[in-house]
Structure formats: structure tokens, C-alpha cells
Design a protein around this ligand. Structure first.
Ligand code: ZN
Length: 420
């Protein structure tokens, strides 16, 4: 079925959005810039040059300086791009007060920071804003659940086919059954009537299945199907396996409703709301189920724990790495600038600063040099880098669901293996 949203891309976006949404400027001086695909960067630069000129009228000295410095910094950054990236570009820049670890927060201690994001989807339109916060709604919009789900709402008089995406419901097709009522006309034999009715129902179900294939597997391919309706018709329809196997195998749930057809589609969406909100959770459930079943099986094509997973990635026998979104670890690597000796560690958030200090201040154990360079990387990004090298996939698992919490109890990271 349709392409699945990449959990790593979503993780990165959520992380940067969480960070940027905490930033506040001391005045109207934080610049947000969204550049749509194909917009020439020289257009953007000349627009920013104009803004720089206009900013000279800002009364507050510090706000004026901050805005102008931000504009200069953005223009310099744009020069590093040969062309606008395929999905466009988002840049956030401004003078930000020092973080909570810094000793002072007095005015003048701000530093000019620039964040650039190549968005997962095309930027819809050009936006330049200067405000006391960053404008993040356009990026937030991009990471909303956008999978398409098909709805069939069926009873013995009509069937409605609909598509749900996000909060939008489209009624795409209504099929009337033409099936005779339950009561036979005078003079008809009971058997003959039943036979006629059965064949009419059979035709009707076939027709619904044909329309469903066109609607749900055509231009808009759905990720799964929810079937609703009043009475037992929906169950007969599913049991008879009229649907294309791709749809038949992807029925997420079946719900009872009072109506079918157009009204029934809306009712079905309401009743299946939990599932519609948590589609990724369904995928994660499957992954965790696989993980747990491997743990309890004899072959056990699975490992868990930080060292074990890193080891499996280094060996190249992992095919899928599962990691809790809030595992909260950072990878540190200290390299001796003189002899090149490397020291690596993966540590918790609380130990990050002291551990970093320690690595910087300790002399190299091989050559005694004090010139040590330390780099840090988000642990999940480390997994992604290693996974790319061996053709494995990383799945970031939310800790909001019961399954996610269960998975986290194994240390928050595991790998499904190709072989042991
Ligand atoms: Zn050394």
C-alpha cells in the first residue's frame, strides 16, 4: 500500500520544532523565512536586502541591530546554496538569550543563531516574518498524519465509499443495491424469491467491490480500510471476500453504525476515530509484536540494549532497528588531535555536560596530548548513520502507546536481525 511516512524524518522534525518553539526574542526580532521550491534565491536575497533597508527605521537600537544582523546572516547562508532545494527551505534566525546553562541572561549576552530546515514536503508559499517568536505552523502542518484511509459504509440498500485524510472526509461514491425488499410479492414462491434476492445481493457486492477497487487503489491509494454499516450486511460482504485482496487484507476495523451510505461514512469515521488518529501506532504495534515474538522464539533473530544493537549494526546483520523516541541518549566521541586516538561513549542527558567536560580535560591516554576534540551526536542519529551503511532501517517508536512503553522496558533500543 502507499508509502509510509519515515519515522526518522518525523522524529527530526518534532525535535527541531520542540527546540525552536521555546525560543523567544527580547523584541520583534526573530526572523522566519520560508522559501518555496523553484523560487530563485537571488529573488529572496534582494527581498532581504530591502528588508534590511526598512529595518533601519526600527526605533530600538538593540532590535534594529538584531534584525539587521539576522538578515545579513541569512543572506550569507543563502550564498552557500547553488539552488533552492527540491522541497524549498525554511530558515529561522535571531539573537537568542543564552541557554539555561549559561551564567548570565542580561541584555547584550544574546547570540545570533541560525537554524535551517530542508522540509519533508514542499513549502507551499513564500513567507517572511519578523516577530518575538519563530513561525512554525507551516512545518507543523507538514508532519500531521496524512495517510489516506478508505471507508466503506454498507447495508442492503446502499453503500457509500469515502476517503479520509487528516480531518477531511470525502464521499467519493454512492452505490444503490437494487436488492428487493425482504417481503416477496404475491404469487412468488419463497424459494424463487430467496434465490433472486441472493443473486441480487451477490451482484450488488460485486459492484461495490469493483467501485472500491477503482476508488481505493486508483489515483489515491489508501493505507487501510474501515468498514461500517447497520446490520449484518457488512459482515456478509467481508466474509464473502468480494474485495480485491489488497483491500481485504487491510481492513483495520469494522464498526456498527445506524446508517449506511453518505451519512454512514461520517458515522463510521466518528466511531473509528481512535484508529484514525493512531495509524502510526498500528505500524508500531506490528513492529513490537515482531520484536517480542523473536525474543520468545528459538531462533531469536533479535538483540536489544545499546551495546548489542550497535554491535549488530557494526557487524551488518541488523535489518530493522527499533528505538524509543525518548531514549534520551547522546553519543560523544573524543579524538586526540595529535595521534588520532578515539574514545567513544553513549550517555544519558544528565551526564552529558560533566562527561563532555571530562573528555575535554583528560589527556590522551596514548600520547598524553591535551588537544582533544569532542563531537556530540544524538544517539538516534548515530543509529541512522550506521544503519545507512549496512542497508538497515531505523524505526522510531513512540512511548505514548502501551506497546511503546513495553518496548522501552527492554532498554529502548532493539534490532531485528537477518541472521545471528
Ligand atoms: Zn593522542
Amino acid at each position: 500500500m502507499g508509502s509510509k511516512a519515515d519515522s526518522v524524518v518525523l522524529y527530526r522534525m518534532r525535535k527541531i520544532l520542540a527546540e525552536l518553539s521555546t525560543k523567544e526574542g527580547s523584541g520583534t526580532e526573530l526572523v522566519s523565512l520560508y522559501i518555496p521550491p523553484k523560487k530563485p534565491l537571488y529573488d529572496v536575497s534582494s527581498y532581504l536586502k530591502d528588508e534590511y533597508g526598512k529595518a533601519s527605521y526600527i526605533k530600538s537600537d538593540s532590535t534594529r541591530t538584531h534584525v539587521q544582523n539576522a538578515l545579513v546572516k541569512i543572506m550569507q547562508r543563502l550564498k552557500l546554496y547553488k539552488a533552492t532545494p527540491e522541497t524549498g527551505l525554511a530558515i529561522f534566525c535571531g539573537a537568542l538569550p543564552p541557554g539555561p546553562d549559561a551564567p548570565s541572561e542580561k541584555p547584550g549576552s544574546e547570540t545570533m543563531e541560525l537554524y535551517e530546515v530542508i522540509p519533508p514536503k514542499p513549502v507551499p508559499s513564500y513567507l517572511y516574518r519578523c516577530d518575538d517568536h519563530f513561525h512554525l505552523d507551516i512545518l507543523r502542518e507538514m508532519i500531521k498524519e496524512e495517510k489516506l484511509i478508505g471507508i466503506i459504509s454498507i447495508d442492503n440498500s446502499e453503500a457509500g465509499l469515502g476517503i479520509v485524510s487528516g480531518r477531511k472526509i470525502d464521499v467519493v461514491d454512492i452505490i444503490t443495491s437494487g436488492v428487493s425488499g425482504k417481503h416477496r410479492a404475491g404469487g412468488q414462491s419463497a424459494r424463487r424469491f430467496e434465490r433472486l434476492r441472493e443473486s441480487e445481493i451477490n451482484d450488488y457486492f460485486k459492484r461495490v467491490a469493483r467501485h472500491a477497487k477503482k476508488v481505493f487503489l486508483g489515483q489515491d491509494e489508501v493505507e487501510g480500510l474501515i468498514v461500517g454499516g447497520s446490520g449484518p450486511t457488512k459482515d456478509y460482504f467481508l466474509k464473502g471476500e468480494y474485495l480485491d485482496y489488497r483491500l481485504q487484507n487491510n481492513v483495520l476495523t469494522v464498526v456498527d453504525t445506524s446508517y449506511a451510505g453518505r451519512e454512514g461514512i461520517r458515522e463510521t469515521v466518528e466511531k473509528a476515530e481512535d484508529i484514525l488518529q493512531d495509524l502510526r501506532i498500528i505500524e508500531e504495534k506490528e513492529l513490537i509484536k515482531k520484536f517480542l515474538s523473536e525474543i520468545s522464539s528459538d531462533k531469536g533473530l533479535v538483540v536489544y540494549g545499546i551495546d548489542e544493537v550497535i554491535d549488530s549494526l557494526n557487524k551488518g546483520n541488523a535489518h530493522t532497528v527499533l528505538v524509543s523516541e525518548d531514549i534520551g541518549r547522546t553519543y560523544l566521541r573524543a579524538t586526540c588531535k595529535r595521534c588520532g586516538a578515539v574514545k567513544e561513549s553513549i550517555i544519558t542527558q544528565e551526564n552529558l555536560i560533566p562527561e563532555k567536560q571530562k573528555l575535554i580535560s583528560e589527556a590522551c591516554s596514548s600520547c598524553d596530548s591535551n588537544e582533544i576534540e569532542v563531537i556530540e551526536k544524538d544517539f538516534i542519529e548515530l543509529l541512522v548513520d550506521k544503519a545507512i551503511e549496512v542497508g538497515a532501517k531505523v524505526e522510531v517508536i513512540s512511548s505514548k502507546s502501551e506497546d511503546g512503553v513495553m518496548f522501552k522496558s527492554f532498554g529502548g533500543v532493539g534490532a531485528l536481525l537477518r541472521y545471528t
